[in-house]
Every structure is written in C-alpha cells, then in structure tokens.
Design a protein around this ligand. Sequence first.
Ligand SMILES: Nc1ncnc2c1ncn2[C@@H]1O[C@H](COP(=O)(O)OP(=O)(O)OP(=O)(O)O)[C@@H](O)[C@H]1O
Length: 748
Amino acid sequence: MDILKILSRGTKRPAKRAGGASNAQSNLLPSAGSLPHAQLFHDDVGLSRGTKRRRTGNAETKPDEAEEEELSDIDFFAPKDHAKAQDSAKTSKSSKTADQKAKARKAELLDEDECRQLLRSHRLKLTLMKSPSSQEAKEKDKVKKSKKKKKAAKVDAKDDKKQLYPQPLTSFSALRDTYAISSRLAENLEKLSYKEPTEVQMASLPLLLDHNLALGKVEDPDIVSGFEDGADFMAVAPTGSGKTLSFLIPAINGIMKKRAGREDRKQHELNAIVIAPTRELASQIANEGKKLAMGTGLRIVYMRKGMRVAAETANSDKDGEAADDDEISDEGSSSEDEDDEGEDKPKPPKKTASASTPITKADILVTTPMLLLNYLTEGGSSPKTLPNVQSLVLDEADVLLDPLFRDQTVGIWSACTDPDLQVSFWSATMPSNIETLIMAQSAAHAAARGLPSARPTVRLVVGLKDTAVPNVSHRLVYTASEPGKLLALRQLLRPASSSSASDVPLRPPFLVFTQTIERAAALHEELKFDIPLAAGGPARIAVLHSGLPDARRSAVVRRFRAGEVWVLITTDVLARGVDFAGVNGVVSYDVPGSAAAYVHRAGRTGRAGREGGVAVTFYTRDDIPFVKSVANVIALSERQRSAAGGGGGGGGGESKESSSGVQQWLLDALPQVSKEDRKKLRERGVESRRSGAGGKARITSKSAWERRRENNRKGAIEGSKRRKGAEEGGEQGDGGESSGAEWGGLDD
Ligand SMILES: Nc1ncnc2c1ncn2[C@@H]1O[C@H](COP(=O)(O)OP(=O)(O)OP(=O)(O)O)[C@@H](O)[C@H]1O
C-alpha cells in the first residue's frame, strides 16, 4: 500500500474510556486545575517518601527544639541593632556553637542507602564527573583516534564518573530547617504555595546550598575529596520541571550569606549572573527572582541595552562607581514594559553605554549573552572582567554553548575571574557533545586562571537522559498538502466542526509554532478573522517573532499571560524556557527542526506536572523525511509516561486521557532520517517552505538558523577580535568540539 495512504489514516487511537470524553478532557485542561503536584516520578522501590525516614543520630531532638535552634541562626534580615547584638553574641559563643549546629543537622540526615532508594524512586541520577586537565584532554583525544585503545579509554572514562547519592530534599521546610536558608527567602517561597519540591529541586537544592551537608553520609573518600574545592553542576530535567527555582534559590541564598558577613549589608555587589538565550526568558527569570528576593534588599536586574554593570578593566580599575540614584533602575518595574530590542537576535547594539551612564546596582544580573558580552568588550580596549561573580548560571545551556551562541557565552565565562566561581548548566536537552564541551571548557577556564585543575561537575539527570516530554499527550496529524494543513488548523480553532483534526482535545489558549517569521506573519494574517467577533474577534489571535518592535513583543506576551490572547502564533523564539502557566496546547504548524526543538516546543504545555497538555504536530508529504525524530521523541515520552504508572505527574491522577501520538506501525513506516538530512533540517528548515513557493503560507526567506548564524557571526567576530587583542595567552576556545548540538535555532 502507498505509504502516503497509510499515513493519511492519521495516528489517532480510539479513546480508552467510553463516554464523556470531552467533559473529562476539559477537566484535564492544564489551565483548569489548581496548583498541581509537580513531581513526575514515583517509582516503587520499596521506600515510600518520608515514611521510613529514620533519624540516625540525635533522635531525641524534638521538632520544636530543632526549629528554635535554626531560628536562632543568623537572621540575614534582622534590623541593624538586633543584627549587631546577634553579631556580638555570635562572636562570643565561638565556633563551637556552629559546630554543634552542623552536627545536629548532620544527625537529621538520611543514611546513604535511604538516599539511594529515594533518589531512584524519583528517577534521579547523579554522577560526579572529573574535568580532564588540558594535557589529559589532549591525550584522550589521541587515544580516541586509535581503535585499539578505544576500549581502554572507555574504562578510563568510567573511572572519571562516580555515582552520587546525596541527601534529597523531601520538603521545602527542610530548606530552612536543615539547610538554614535565609528566613525571608523561606517566607517568600512559602507565599508561592508550592506543595512539594519537584525532582530537579529535590536533587539539586541540597548540593547547591550546602554540599558538605548534602554529602554528609557519603563515605567514599574519592567523592568527599572530589568536592574539596566545590563542584560545578549540570542538570538535565524535563521542561516545566522547576529548574528556575533550583538555580535561583541557591544564588539568592549565597548572596544573603555573603552579605551577612559584610559591614554594609545594603551594598550591592554583582555576585551572580544568569544567562538565557532570549529576552523573554531572561525577563521572566528576573521576575521570578524578584518574587523570591522580595524584602531581602537584593537587587535582581534584567539587563537592558545601554546598561552598565560593575566590572573591572584589565588594568584593575573599577568601571565606574555605582551611582546613588540609579538612572537605569528596574526596581518595581514589570521589566516587560520597557524591554529593549531582542538580544536573542544577536547583533551589535545600536546604543552602547556611555562612560557617563551610571553603573546599575545589581546583586544578580539576568541577561542574554550578546548584550553582556558587548558591554564587556565595548570600547575596543581590554575586555572588562567580573571579579566578584561567584555563580554563573547558564539556562538552556545546550543552546548557549551551541555554535550560534558559544563565543558570547564563553566570553562571559572567561570574564568571571573569581577562582571560586561555580558554573551551573540547565536544560531539558543536553547532547553529549555539549557535555564534552563543558568539561573541556571548564578545564580551559581553570588553566587560564592558573588553577591546578578544574572543579569536577555533578551531572543530574531526571528521568531518562534521552529527551522526552512525558507529561503531555502527543499527536501527529498528517495532511497531504499545505492548504490541508491550514484547514486542519482552522478546525482546531473551531472544535465544534466534525473532522479528524477537531477530535484533538485542544482548546485555547495555545501556541502555534512556524518555521520562519514570514510564515508566522502570513499565518496570522490568514487566521485573524477566524475567531468570531462575539468571542473577541481578531484580538484573540496574535503573532510574536523577533521581527516585531519590542513594545509590541512585550505587549503580546502580557496579553497572552493575561488570557486576552487565545492563540499565539510564533517562531522558535518562544520555544524555550518561557512559562505560560495556562497554555493548554502547542501546535507545531511546521515540523520542528530537531528532536530537541520538538521537546522544547511541546514542553510549553503540561508544565509543573499539569495534566492534559496536548502537543499537535502537523506534517505533510514534504515533511515525511524528517518526522521520524519527532515520532521517536513521542514514542519515548509515551514509554516514560506508562512506566511512570500510566501517566506522569499530577500525583498519579488516574483519569488521564491516553496519549495517542504515534503507533508502532507508523514508527516502522517512517523513513530513517539521515545524519545529513537532520543537519539540513536543523540549519535550513524544510526546503519547500523557503522562498518563492507562492501562497501566503509559503512566504519564506532564510531559515532561523541561517539568519541567526549570520547575525551571530558578525557580532561574535567583532567581540572576539576585541577580546583576543587583549587577552593574549588566555585559553578560552571551544574545546575543539565540532558542532552537532541538536538545536533548530531560536528564531526565524
Ligand atoms: N515545586 C513546585 N511545585 C509546583 N510548581 C512549581 C514548583 N517549582 C516550580 N513550579 C512552577 O513550575 C513552572 C515551571 O517551572 P520552570 O519555568 O522553572 O520550569 P523549567 O524546568 O525551567 O522548564 P523549561 O525547561 O521549559 O525551561 C513554573 O510556573 C513554576 O512556578
């Protein structure tokens, strides 16, 4: 039988449950529910969380006493006089008290076996990876080339990795009780009403807050000594699983601790930098940070064009003093109101900070890579350094280290000269070549700082390392042609019509992803009158891409968040990290450029364990050579979902619509995607959707990847010229890795 006929049968399986499907579905819509249980995995490994928790030490400590003891800890937020009194009392008590507290906390810890079981039940795997020294890296490279020695190299590589079983965080209250986070931070967290830590939070927060305590029951001397100088951190965890809190809480708490030891607690010092690939994401992270840091006096700043931040030039002069009155202040602003042009379309800024611009006071800076690098390298002389930055967070690290952004990201990393710098890497997708690059870059960074060796890196994987979106129902919908696809999308907008596409349980609000700006704009034009006036008309459909002026872009995000826009047509600029809590579904109108791109697009729904999110992918005859990688992700997601007990999160909720994404016969029928085709798709998109094919939905020009590559090249060449001129001998290359990251480009 003709393959196209087989495919045109569609991929929908009959619903398992009889009757009331639509009602059941509407109850399951992600935007319909209250705050969900956000944990994804609860495998039965013979230990139910909390119930077998054994106190191994001072079992007599009553909870109240423990609480009291903790509360008597440094209060970072105490009024000055009180703080002074505390200070003197503290000094007189000597370090013995601190030791006692540490011992008491240690006594509360689970033993290693309990940790192992708990971590396993939540599918958390932690590995300690040693960075090679530069010499070792070179030798390993040689060995890799020799076939005979490959086997031996594999054994060596295994020796470089050790499984870790640190204390998992079993409740948010333990952040204060056990890890002694600042009381205000704990209060703010409580106000956000999260019920339980997600998996990534369970495994990352203890290690990032206090690795000595988190590893308190670990006996392996190799591991203990490996952490002597601290460790970097890499987390690969599903979309919407709460990675943002996982890096913000330690960053904020670390600075609060540091401040507590300073005389002037009001002073701002740039101690942490978060890099994100798009301005929408950077702005969102800054807003999340502000919520957590409310009332702490900490300043979390979203970097805008023209802004100057505390940095030093190579001749050790401080770059200006912070002005008393910040001209560029973000405090209290929604940060979306005043967004500047999207730095996710990297190009040298039109406006640079003039020397008379006051330095913006910040403790944590959230930025896109190009914007900060431009500031550090502007002026043509030596690049500035960031000597006080102790925490560098790379959110969506695989993109930030993809060749498109690599130079900018590495440039910032190199500017962070504190020998105690901790770098953390976060994403739902982490190709192995990026992992290798991280280890090599980390070694190069240490060598450039004159350190004997790089810190090790703890790698956390939540679920399977292979990328999947287990919490979402996936649908592949075949239409023979482009017009058929448009029709199918229209039917999704009018769920009452009787067609196979309308059977997809998708209700607004939802996102629609296209391959290019032109296609997004054309699709918007095509559909804007499809929503009846009585239901709000054209105002209910909006478009967002990087070709739009900033103010419009920000306004669209705001309207979508407010529920005024129901259908948001966009490009991959919104595919990563952006958290719209009420999104019921995601439509890939054009097939994504890679498996990773699919994971991130689909992950805009079903966030924080919410059930009922749907990801629909349309494909036409032209897409058939490329659909297999999407189909594989869908199959894997479904396997993970059923392995997690018939569905992912939601605390094991029973009434889940069965996912009907892809069946085995379809997987078998779809052709394998060759390496070359995968690369072509990632870089150019689907060829037939490029220019000159006629018809509105076919208006295209260059693909996202090409456009960004050109822009990035221009910017990166300039930045790199400036940097290289000034940084002779500094090692900061890309670790010799070739491109291969699976990423289809953020924008059109
Ligand atoms: N413990 C928790 N319980 C419930 N909701 C949570 C919890 N932690 C975070 N969230 C919420 O989950 C949502 C997703 O979190 P976040 O944006 O950090 O996900 P992410 O892992 O960074 O996703 P992505 O990979 O897409 O960037 C947010 O709305 C956040 O407020």
